[in-house]
Each structure stands twice: as C-alpha cells, then as structure tokens.
Design a protein around this ligand. Structure first.
Ligand SMILES: [Fe+2]
Ligand SMILES: [Fe+2]
Length: 273
C-alpha cells in the first residue's frame, strides 16, 4: 500500500525537484531563516522573482502603489505570504514543459479561481483578499503533487471530468487531501490549508469555513465564467443556494465576470513570462 503522506513529505528529496524549490522548502524547517535568505533564493532565479513581484501586484492585494521589487513585496505582504507565493510558483514549475499547453491551462484555471476568490472576499470579507487569492491559486495544487510523484499513472486521468473519483480509485484520496498535506507539510497558513482541503467538499470543514466556502464558490463560478476543460468543480443549484446564503448577489456575478474577462490577457502574459 502506497503511503501518499510519506511520499509528499519526502518530495524535496526527489531528484527531479529543482534546486530553487528544494531550497525554498528548506527555509521552512530552518527556524533561523530570514527575509535575507528567502530573497537570496528567489533572486537567484530571475523568472521566479519576476513572477513573485507580478503576483504581489495583482489587483486583489489592495495596496496602494506599484510593487517594484521583492523587498517592497515582503514589506507589504509579509514574509510568510511571500514565501508561500514563491513555493506556489515553484510547484507550478514542476509541470512538464512538453505538456505545456494543458499545463498552462491548469495554471490559468488556478489563477482565475484565485482572482475570483479574491474578488468574492472583497464583497463578503472572510479574511484578507491576499489570503483568499492564494488559497484559490493553490486549490488544485494536489493535482500537481500527484503528477510529480506518480506521473505515469496519473497523467491519463489528470484532466478527466471525474478526476476526483478516479484519484480515489488510484490513491484512496483525492487531490484536495493531497494538496492539504503538502501545504501542511510546507507550513502554509492554516486558513489556506483548510480551503484547499475542502474545495470540493465542505463536509467536515469546521475551521476557517468562510474562506473554504469562498474558494468552493470561486471554483464553481470559474466554470460559469470561463470555458476551460481543466475546471474540476461545477456550478449547481446547491452552489447557487450557498452563494446567495453567503450574502452575495446576482450583480456580483456580472461584476466579477467583467473583471475576469478584463484580466484574461494579463493571465496569458503571465504564463508566457
Ligand atoms: Fe480541484
Ligand atoms: Fe479546480
């Protein structure tokens, strides 16, 4: 029997994991690590540092003015959040470049769910917009973890419409559990872990329910607003009820739709960096 949790905890020892990601994951276990160590690791990789700054400038981070560099990003968002962003980006970098198109779509799906979660949080605040955005961005991280650990078996089902059921058949757990373990192991903020763990099923979610509902709804909304095959959560009557019960309105869907459409070229540029 495979031990998924153990495999996730030893992810950084895999020979295929890039050095930057190994070093980022190592800063977690090092209590004495500081912003200086973190920024050294990030700055060492130009593409990573550019993308951390680009994410820190995303509209839902609601700070005034433009962030030009890593130092400013850390000042405004804090060490924990910047490290979380850097690890998130390096996880997405694990996706095989040969399958770039499909994988880019998964990144784009994640980015859109992040964007929508941030916007929903702006309408009904459950925590900070930045945390909601990050939870949305990471909601499907378990799919990348499965892909990294078990590519030959996982690749054929990765984009299946019934992906969660198929994952349970292969691994006994689905990507929301795997993603939750990875983030727990990587010491991400508790709220983000809870939202990722419950993005497909809110049952059993007791802590940080607000953000979990926000990400759950953000994914469903993304299936309404964008036509991507990588979407793995759909709009339904139940979700519509939950949406209105959460204090959201019909106009909110229209407003969010406008922003998502406006952001869409930006998302594209972002992936071509
Ligand atoms: Fe998912
Ligand atoms: Fe998803």
């Amino acid at each position: 029997m495979r031990d998924i949790q153990r495999d996730i905890s030893s992810l950084k020892t895999l020979s295929t994991i890039p050095v930057v990601m190994k070093r980022l994951l190592e800063t977690i276990s090092d209590e004495n690590s500081s912003f200086v160590d973190l920024s050294e690791i990030i700055q060492h990789d130009q593409s990573l540092s550019e993308r951390v700054v680009a994410i820190a400038n995303a509209p839902y981070f609601w700070h005034s003015g433009l962030i030009n560099n890593l130092e400013q990003a850390t000042l405004l968002l804090g060490y924990d959040l910047v490290r979380s962003i850097a690890i998130s980006i390096s996880v997405f970098d694990l996706l095989d470049k040969d399958e770039a198109r499909r994988m880019r779509e998964l990144w784009a799906h994640s980015y859109e769910v992040g964007l929508i979660a941030g916007l929903l949080c702006d309408k009904v605040p459950v925590t900070s917009g930045a945390v909601c955005f990050l939870a949305g961005l990471l909601h499907d991280i378990g799919r990348i973890i499965f892909y990294t650990l078990y590519a030959p078996e996982y690749r054929p089902i990765m984009f299946d419409e019934a992906v969660t059921e198929k994952e349970k058949g292969l691994f006994d757990v689905d990507h929301s559990a795997a993603g939750g373990w990875f983030l727990e192991y990587s010491l991400f903020p508790d709220e983000i872990i809870s939202a990722v763990r419950h993005h497909h099923n809110l049952k059993g979610c007791e802590r940080h329910k607000g953000i979990a509902i926000t990400v759950h709804l953000a994914e469903a909304l993304s299936s309404l607003l964008t036509a991507r095959n990588e979407v793995d959560g759909f709009w339904s009557k139940d979700k519509e009820r939950l949406f209105y019960k959460s204090g959201l309105k019909k106009e909110d869907i229209e407003h969010i739709g406008t922003i998502v459409r406006k952001e869409s070229p930006l998302v594209k540029n972002f992936f071509e960096m």
